[in-house]
Design a protein around this ligand. Structure first.
Ligand code: B12
Ligand code: SF4
Length: 495
């Protein structure tokens, strides 16, 4: 009987979700062939070429899988997902099952495009059940979290058979032995992650916050009763994974924790600090939130190698933050959190802002400028635009406030990939807004403080000077980035 399963991860060589599924399927004795389809590129990702589709087609012919699982995490690269889906449908009669954050929120979209099944939520248990039933050709209808079409009707089974004890899922596959990687019209065999300098791990699943531009809030609402919004792994399981990662990926110089918010549970952190130092001892970075920065925790983490905190601030405008973004931290919370990061001697911090979107006025932008002025350095600013993502609360808000019609917002959310990523980085705006944006960016360099103080009184008067300063700042940013990476790698040797 056929025990081959193929999983496809899009634009993500690390693809944690798929690696967890591979572990579960291998444990249930399936041969898993994971295809890492194209590399991550947050600036200019390109849509799949015909040649890449042919390479995938040849792999499918070779492996003859029982079914093919597509991991559809984001709506931002649906062009490529749909092209692969169409190619599979046109050439094979192999069932296609989709999962991932986007598929969980919009199973109907994928079923309508020709997928045979969608599994919502954690996929580990349900995908094994589906594999077993397909292998034995028995009824699939009662599989938890499964969605499918039956006699022209869409059946959406409740999300269930998922657990609070996420240790049960095991650790994600680190060396996917049967994997291949398709990119730039070529295919290579073996796990593309093995040569990595950084290893990505997730210590928890879920986020307690409700930001309106993010899906986490609505994904949490889909969880069945009794399943916690934030589920944290045991320290033991994380250390087991990282030990394995060090063994398999020989070049690892640092670790990224990809938790939406790095856990700050006191007992958990104390155990983590001891075990991480003892067994892993690599520099690491975390994502956090102004409301979750705790001085004692940060100081403990710095002692064992925390080198960077990445934190979303998103806007310095109280109105935009509270009424539009649904973020309830105060100006003081934000300033205090950067003070703690600074005083705890975290080597680096990066603060994210989403600027120049249709909800923001010049006064909001100015308020951001004056808040950024008060942040404790050193920090790096990541300034970008706002993407309207399907499944987020800001989408109906934009329609209600008549910023876009329903049709317009759908065209934005489902625009071709290059337009969506372009909108994230490019800003169409007035000159005044441009000048404030540039001044905000320059604030990250202390040496420009005096000049900016002069320009802020009347930016239009200093138009050329601000442009110049911005160009220099961009160059400094790049230089500093190289310095930062080299230092983090060197730090590994001296930890
Ligand atoms: C960490 C993270 C990242 C990491 C990637 C981590 C990694 N190594 O995989 C980085 C920073 C690289 C990243 C990038 C991006 N991300 Co991101 N990311 C997340 C985050 C916070 C957690 C994802 C995660 O790793 N969860 C843990 C793993 C174990 O769970 P999982 O991936 O969901 O997989 C499970 C199930 O979904 C399911 N499953 C997954 N695949 C499949 C496939 C099948 C066949 C089945 C049956 C089941 C199944 O089973 C898995 C195991 O339980 C989510 C938020 C969220 N709650 O999902 C956003 C999120 C998925 N990202 C999002 C976005 C937009 C992006 C980017 C497009 C951002 C950008 N502008 O570049 C890119 C796209 C990257 C890509 N190629 O997919 C959005 C997607 C929303 C949308 N409508 O598009 C989310 C929901 C956050 C948000 N803003 O709302 N991301
Ligand atoms: S804090 Fe981050 S992960 Fe959590 S809801 Fe807000 S944007 Fe999403």
């Amino acid at each position: 009987m056929n025990s081959n399963v193929m999983l496809i991860a899009y634009y993500n060589k690390k693809a944690l979700g798929v690696r967890y599924l591979e572990t579960a399927l291998k444990k249930a004795k399936y041969n898993v062939y994971t295809v890492f389809y194209k590399d991550f590129n947050s600036v200019h990702p390109t849509v799949t070429t015909d040649e890449e589709l042919t390479l995938l087609k040849n792999e499918i012919k070779k492996r003859k899988p029982l079914f093919i699982g597509l991991s559809v995490m984001s709506s931002m690269y649906l062009d490529t997902v749909y092209k692969t889906l169409d190619m599979i449908k046109d050439n094979f009669s192999i069932p296609i099952v989709c999962g991932g954050a986007y598929a969980t929120m919009f199973p109907d979209k994928l079923l309508n495009k020709g997928a045979n099944f969608v599994i919502r939520g954690d996929g580990e248990k349900s995908i094994c059940k589906l594999a077993q039933r397909l292998k034995k050709n028995t009824n699939i209808e009662d599989i938890p979290s499964l969605c499918y079409n039956k006699s022209g009707k869409m059946i959406i089974n409740n999300i269930s058979d998922i657990t609070n004890n996420i240790d049960e899922y095991g650790i994600p596959t680190i060396n996917s032995k049967n994997a291949c990687y398709i990119e730039n019209d070529t295919i290579s065999y073996g796990d593309p992650q093995l040569n990595t300098l950084s290893y990505e791990v997730i210590a928890s699943r879920g986020c307690p916050f409700t930001c309106s531009y993010c899906c986490c809030n609505n994904l949490r609402k889909l969880l069945p009763n009794g399943i916690k919004g934030v589920r944290t792994r045991s320290v033991k399981s994380i250390i087991e994974e990282l030990k394995e990662a060090k063994k398999e990926c020989k070049k690892i110089a640092f670790v990224h924790f990809y938790d939406e918010i790095f856990p700050n549970l006191p007992g958990w952190v104390d155990e983590f600090v001891i075990e991480y130092k003892k067994h892993i001892n690599l520099p690491f970075t975390i994502w956090s939130h102004p409301k979750m920065i705790d001085k004692e925790v940060i100081q403990k983490l710095v002692k064992i190698g925390l080198v960077e905190v990445i934190m979303g601030i998103q806007s310095g405008s109280k109105h935009v933050r509270r009424d539009i973004f649904h973020r309830y931290e105060s100006q003081q919370d934000i300033i205090d959190s950067t003070k703690i990061i600074h005083e705890s001697k975290v080597f680096w911090s990066s603060y994210d802002f989403m600027l120049q979107h249709p909800f923001e006025s010049i006064d909001d932008l100015k308020e951001t400028y004056y808040l950024v002025k008060k942040l404790y350095r050193p920090y790096e600013l990541q300034l970008h635009g706002l993407n309207f993502l399907p499944g987020t609360d800001i989408v109906p808000m934009a329609v209600e406030q008549k910023i876009f019609t329903e049709e317009e917002i759908n065209n934005i959310m489902y625009a071709p990939m290059n337009e969506q990523f372009g909108a994230y980085w490019q800003r169409k705006t007035t000159r005044e807004s441009e000048l404030w944006y540039e001044m905000i960016y320059c604030l990250q360099f202390k040496c420009f403080e005096k000049k900016l103080e002069k320009y802020e009184e009347n930016p239009q008067k200093y138009d050329k000077q601000i442009d110049n300063l911005y160009n220099i700042s961009q160059k400094l940013f790049k230089l500093r980035y190289v310095y930062k990476k080299v230092r983090i790698v060197l730090k590994r040797m001296f930890l």
